[in-house]
Each structure stands twice: as C-alpha cells, then as structure tokens.
Design a protein. Structure first.
Length: 216
C-alpha cells in the first residue's frame, strides 16, 4: 500500500516569535502561551501533551497524557507507577514533553528529569478527581494484558457497590504524581516558507536560563 501525502501543505502565518520579546523565564513564557491558546479556543484539551520515555525494551515511546499542574518547579501529571510509562520513568528519569497547538501554529518541546511527587501532592490531586476516575484508576492494572473489556467492567461494578460519591476512596500506593523538571524548553512558532521561529531556553548550572534562536 502506497499513499503519497505530498499535497498536505499549509502556510503558517498566525504569529511570530523573537528572542528580544520572550520572557526571561520559560515557565512564564509557557504560561503566556498556554493562556493565549486557551483564549483563542478551538482546542478541546489545551493541556494535552505527548510524554516520551525510553521503554525498558530500549525503544522510545510517546503517548498523550494531560498536564494537571505547572509551576516554577516544572510540569505535573499523574499515573500508575506500575504501568509501562511509570516503570520506564523509574528506570530512566530523562523524558520529553511536547505540546502542539495548531490553532495558533505553535509547539512547545520540553526535555527534563522526571521524579515522583510527594504523597501529599498525590493525595490532594486524587481527592479532587471525580469518583468514577478514582475507581477507574483502582480497577485498571495499567498496561497489563487482559482477556476482554468485561473484566474491567465487572471490577468497576463491584467497586461502585462499595463506594458512593461522598465516601473516602483510598489512593493506591502505586498511583501518583510525576514532576518533570525542565532542563530545556523550546518554543516553536510556525512562519511562512518553513522559516519557523525557534527559541530555546537552556538551564545553566547557576539556575539561570540561556536563550538562543535555532535555525528551522
């Protein structure tokens, strides 16, 4: 099967990015872009990002997850530590994150080191989740092979008969937060003729950020 996609082309003309105008702190620059994309609309989940890890079999693997928090320390998401993703992170903390926001023709690419968040952070987020999401996390042995979907649905029915909306549902020890502390953050703005703007922040040993422009 051979299908050429040569004619899938567009001209990027919705913005520009200059080294002299970006915030000196990439987390603040991320905040600015995030809110601009959110206000522009057209994207159902602005916080969707691709997390890429080096799997235990040596292959890189990316999957889309939802960013749940960001601050001066980095970017947070939550997962089952026993999952393929969780095991890969525990074995090799070097990961990458990627956001693609086509409505404003922007990407953000992040390289960083991942680590577990505190149990307090995990439980605070766990308690904020809807009951169904908490029960679903308990039901699923994430990444493990199962014979059929009915296995999951049966487990969920049993839990639903045990817990109600106002009950305290304990957070499993193997489930929790991941913080990605960035060492590089690249902001990409589409431009005409494929001469895109790429501004890269690199974390220095003294904690400051070096800012450079990359050729597209």
């Amino acid at each position: 099967m051979d299908q050429e996609l040569y004619n899938f082309r567009k001209s990027y003309e919705k913005g520009a990015l200059d080294k002299t105008s970006v915030d000196p702190n990439p987390l603040q620059q991320f905040r600015t872009w995030f809110h601009q994309v959110q206000e522009a609309g057209g994207i159902e989940e602005v916080n969707a990002m691709t997390v890429t890890t080096l799997s235990l079999d040596g292959y890189p693997k990316g999957r889309v997850v939802l960013l749940k928090k960001y601050n001066e320390h980095g970017f947070y998401f939550y997962t089952n530590y026993h999952s393929e993703k969780g095991q890969a992170i525990l074995a090799n903390s070097k990961v990458s994150l990627a956001f693609f926001w086509p409505t404003l023709e922007r990407q953000v690419l992040i390289k960083g080191n991942a680590s577990k968040t505190t149990r307090v952070d995990t439980e605070n987020y766990w308690d904020s989740r809807p009951l169904g999401s908490r029960l679903g996390a308990i039901v699923s042995d994430q990444s493990k092979e199962i014979p059929n979907r009915e296995v999951l649905e049966d487990r969920l029915k049993k839990l639903e008969s045990t817990f109600s909306e106002n009950d305290t549902v304990p957070c499993p020890d193997h489930w929790g937060g991941i913080l990605v502390a960035p060492v590089e953050i690249e902001f990409w703005q589409g431009r005409p003729n494929r001469l895109h703007d790429r501004i890269l922040y690199r974390l220095q040993d003294d904690g400051d950020w070096d800012i450079v422009r990359l050729s597209p």
